[in-house]
Write a protein that binds this ligand. Sequence first.
Ligand SMILES: CC(=O)N[C@H]1[C@@H](OP(=O)(O)OP(=O)(O)OC[C@H]2O[C@@H](n3ccc(=O)[nH]c3=O)[C@H](O)[C@@H]2O)O[C@H](CO)[C@@H](O)[C@@H]1O[C@H](C)C(=O)N[C@@H](C)C(=O)N[C@H](CCC(=O)O)C(=O)O
Ligand SMILES: Nc1ncnc2c1ncn2[C@@H]1O[C@H](COP(=O)(O)OP(=O)(O)OP(=O)(O)O)[C@@H](O)[C@H]1O
Length: 499
Amino acid sequence: MLLASLVEELDHTILQGDLHIDITGIAFDSREVTQGSLFVAVTGFTHDGHHYIQKAIELGAAAVLVEKDTALEGPIAVVKTADTRQALALVAARFYGHPSEKLNLIGITGTNGKTSTTYFIKSILEQTGHMTGVIGTIGAMAGNQPLKTKSTTPTTPESLHLQQMFADMAELGVQDCVMEVSSHALSLYRAAATRFKIGVFTNLTPDHLELHRTMDEYFEAKSMLFDLTTDYNIINLDDEFGRKLANKVARYDAKLVTYGITDEATIYATNIQYSPDSTTYVAHTPAGRVDIRVNLPGLIYVYNSLAAVACAFCSGISLELAAAGIRAVESIKGRLEVVYQDEERKIIVDFAHTEDSLEKALSTLRPFTKGRLILVFGVYAAPGHLGSGKRESMGKIAAQHADFCVVTTDNPKDQDPDAIIAEVSAAVSAAGGHYAGIVDRKEAIRYAIENSGKGDVILIAGKGHETTQIIGKTEIPFNEAEIVNEIMAEHTNSTPKKV
Ligand SMILES: CC(=O)N[C@H]1[C@@H](OP(=O)(O)OP(=O)(O)OC[C@H]2O[C@@H](n3ccc(=O)[nH]c3=O)[C@H](O)[C@@H]2O)O[C@H](CO)[C@@H](O)[C@@H]1O[C@H](C)C(=O)N[C@@H](C)C(=O)N[C@H](CCC(=O)O)C(=O)O
Ligand SMILES: Nc1ncnc2c1ncn2[C@@H]1O[C@H](COP(=O)(O)OP(=O)(O)OP(=O)(O)O)[C@@H](O)[C@H]1O
């Protein structure tokens, strides 16, 4: 594509060179530049892409898009725009022919519940026989085919990769695509230049305050999804920020559909019945009512599956297919996943890593726990006072809802694991909880298992589906389901002690 055409939709100035040159690719990382590509220099949190322009040219970049005045030797084209992160999304969408418009695209945002809601929706869409795409924390798929991503690909990929994925999906015959849209992605324009038919808001509770600083900023970031939707905005009316968002978007062109567990919402649940491994309820919609069975326990999965029913309703899919789609999800990796069970104890792995999700996971398990509820958890590295605040509130929730806590590491990254554990443990203790602090997460799991008794439930929270732990700058393999089974195999003949 001609450079002149690529930047046509962009406010820009030409700093030097001729724009009538052919561009064969786009890169925002100098290490990924190929011959004839446009290098987009992004000012990052740790690096400044403008420092890598020379490197990009050496690797074959034919033109550069910058946000800072840049003078280069030779005839290379240099185009300046106000914000290169935003511009990256625009040129990528144009380069790939605005592929999101070729898909029935559904975006899910919110602090918790995006992944499971995505899986319920994907399963419903598949009931219609459509080839369905998915993009999120657990990866990207076109139908059953995994799309190539790097281990470092965020939940919502960078705009360039996202547009490329949409184009690949459209080419492979994907008709519907459901994706998680993180607040980072919205703030950093990864989803700019994307058109969503439907947007879904699950909830908003404290998280990622290292980027957004205040809950109001975090809310504004999440709200940005609803500036990109064309047909329907589906919002959880039982969430405080959901109600605020519903008021805000009520006047938008896309229609507002709410969900919740009171009849104030457009789509709501009644007759909720819980069991240790499933939940049933009746979903009421303007198109009628339907019995729903979710193969996961707890109120959170009523909400997440109800959001999926709302999506089905807005997509004109029958309620019977919606119910069948939800029932077809047997489990979701790392979401209240029972990784070991015998007549003595049950061991569950869950991705709860925020205050709200930890509280919800523990409260879900409590009614079905005959013995003690033992929690193994850590708090991932977060900077400064935000880190301290999170360690304190996670410790408090753990103490209030678990009978015993094994406080360990999550992803300590460059922070001192002992210091994190000391702060979390102090919070557990201050809230009247009982705990042991063990830095090595595998040893912490072993301790919980060896000290469990008849009827106990062990919840290992924080890492869910993840298969690595980040300590310092090193990512070490860490698969909790495998670790639990390895420890259980070692202990089949020994008798666990009680704490
Ligand atoms: C905080 C955050 O979102 N950071 C993103 C940001 O990184 P950054 O600004 O620090 O990038 P940088 O390292 O300073 O580099 C600046 C620029 O120089 C370029 N560069 C750098 C080095 C070099 O040799 N050559 C070069 O060209 C980089 O490619 C980049 O374009 O811009 C990068 C490129 O666009 C992203 O990859 C990176 O996301 C990283 C992978 C990340 O971990 N993000 C997490 C926090 C995230 O996005 N999480 C959300 C939330 C998930 C949830 O729901 O919990 C997600 O969507 O996953
Ligand atoms: N509706 C909900 N409300 C509160 N907590 C929830 C909800 N749904 C799931 N959770 C909890 O949050 C954890 C993460 O759930 P899920 O992966 O679906 O959310 P997510 O929004 O994709 O999270 P992330 O953005 O961190 O990947 C689950 O393991 C569960 O403990």
